[in-house]
Ligand binder design. Sequence first.
Ligand SMILES: Cc1cc2nc3c(=O)[nH]c(=O)nc-3n(C[C@H](O)[C@H](O)[C@H](O)COP(=O)(O)O)c2cc1C
Length: 285
Amino acid sequence: MAAGFDKDCKVVGSVLNLGFGFTTGGTVTLSPRPGNPKPRMVRLPEQRAVMNSMGFPGQGLEPSVKRLQSSQRYKDRVLVSISGTIEDEIFECLRRSQDFVSGIELNISSPNTTGLRIFHEPARLRGLIEGLVSVKKVPLFVKLPPWPRDDENRRELLKLAATAVDAGVDGLVIANPHPIESSRLQVGRGGLSGAPLFEHTELMIADIQAQVQGEVAIIACGGVSTGEHVWKLLASGASAVQLYTAFIYEGPGLPARINKRVSKLMSAAGITNIGDISGEPPSIR
Ligand SMILES: Cc1cc2nc3c(=O)[nH]c(=O)nc-3n(C[C@H](O)[C@H](O)[C@H](O)COP(=O)(O)O)c2cc1C
């Protein structure tokens, strides 16, 4: 499960029991936040997509840490996403939560939260990550914004990824929702997630894999809803896959259905290890 579903880490065990291999609580910020004015989440059912401009509503770090502390039996399969607009807030989130999770996802890329873009500046991102790396005891992932196909922004964002890797992260999460403008959201803009993203997620994973060459783990996120999608992203170089929007449309049975399908595809391809997935998924019914 991707970040944003369980913002205050209230249901990590229940999410895992549906069949998700791991779940990412948060995004958690140091202090409570009301988020953006509503409407801030709009369904686009024909496209199996969602527009959101949530802006990190949440209870703040302390209640999440308490809940993670009492969910220790799930710790091996729980990450927590943290964010903030100044370095010290983010350091504090890492310091206080890391004993209770198996990894930290740093979110610098919500399209809906003013103040986060400062960390799109490579020198500032490097400083932040190096600070986190010096105190971290668990793997640190950075979730990046999606990059468009056009060259200039793509180069800029790939440079950001290179900076993160160089500064010592253990993995990259590719990616957050795609920026979108809409008068149906109170603040006029937000992020698009769901089915329309998948094809682009696949391209970005191939792009980033070519750049990092196995140096760090890649977690793919954006538009995933089937076992075939999971197969394709793992074959393109992802080590793990997350989803959120498809769960909104398809309900709690989705992770189990995807697991079953991946397992069927693997049997058809004659492989037993998920790490051996490569090429196109076999076409079976
Ligand atoms: C309502 C909503 C809230 C979200 N909140 C967060 C968040 O707090 N932190 C974060 O890193 N991503 C957040 N996301 C982004 C998702 O984690 C994910 O990157 C994105 O939705 C693309 O995946 P999907 O197409 O499977 O939904 C949110 C997405 C949605 C739809």
